[in-house]
Design a protein around this ligand. Structure first.
Ligand SMILES: [Zn+2]
Length: 220
């Protein structure tokens, strides 16, 4: 979903880039899961207009904690009748064209992942605008990193968690390669752990399907 605040214009580029990223993750997952992956909705990208300005999504009331932007957006999706938590038949990643505040971040859970304007900029090859005064290590340009971000958040909606406490991923090498740790930065060179594969092999939302070859995520 591409959620457009009242003071932002609807981009013709962003839906195409979201679709490109979704197809990339679809093909990447099939390579990791012996052909099992997700099906895209039709149309794959739903454009939803909000009557709230971009600032509202990160504005103070009810936004304490890193997931304040997530909760605020969920409220708005509920009001618009546009999103459904824990839909047994679908998962959704929402691209909100609004910047989160310093200290907030994208998040995924309950079947819905929510990311912000930098994710739209990132998958579109635009410059990243740091949320705090200084950019953090994740706020780097490069389409692959932001498509990796989509993969990371989408897999949260399928039940994957950060393996920071997993005995199987305590080395720096594992942490930098694991998609559910920092591997989204090196995506598509990222790994899924045995625990991740076990969860993904159980979900009925994935099945064997023929998908396109893995494109160059850096794009044309
Ligand atoms: Zn995460």
């Amino acid at each position: 979903m591409y959620l457009v605040p009242s003071d932002r214009a609807v981009s013709v580029v962003y839906p195409e880039r979201i679709l490109f990223a979704a197809r990339h993750v679809q093909s990447w997952l099939a390579l990791k899961l012996d052909g099992r992956t997700f099906r895209l909705a039709s149309p794959a990208v739903r454009i939803v207009r909000s009557d709230k300005p971009a600032r509202w999504f990160s504005s103070p009331e009810g936004t304490a904690g890193f997931n304040g932007f997530y909760r605020k957006t969920l409220d708005e999706l509920g009001r618009l009748g546009a999103g459904r938590l824990n839909d047994p038949e679908a998962r959704v990643i929402v691209y909100v064209d609004a910047d989160h505040a310093c200290g907030q971040s994208g998040a995924g859970g309950n079947g819905v992942a929510i990311v912000s304007a930098n994710d739209l900029r990132g998958i579109s090859g635009e410059a990243i605008v740091p949320a705090c005064r200084q950019a953090n290590t994740a706020e780097i340009a490069g389409r692959c990193r932001w498509i990796g971000g989509m993969a990371h958040e989408l897999l949260h909606t399928l039940g994957l968690i950060h393996p920071d406490r997993s005995p199987a991923c305590q080395t720096p090498q594992c942490r930098s390669a694991a998609l559910m740790m920092h591997g989204y930065i090196t995506y598509p060179n990222a790994t899924l752990l045995a625990d991740d594969l076990a969860v993904l092999n159980r979900t009925p939302l994935l099945s064997t399907r023929s998908v396109g070859r893995l494109a160059d995520c850096a794009g044309p």
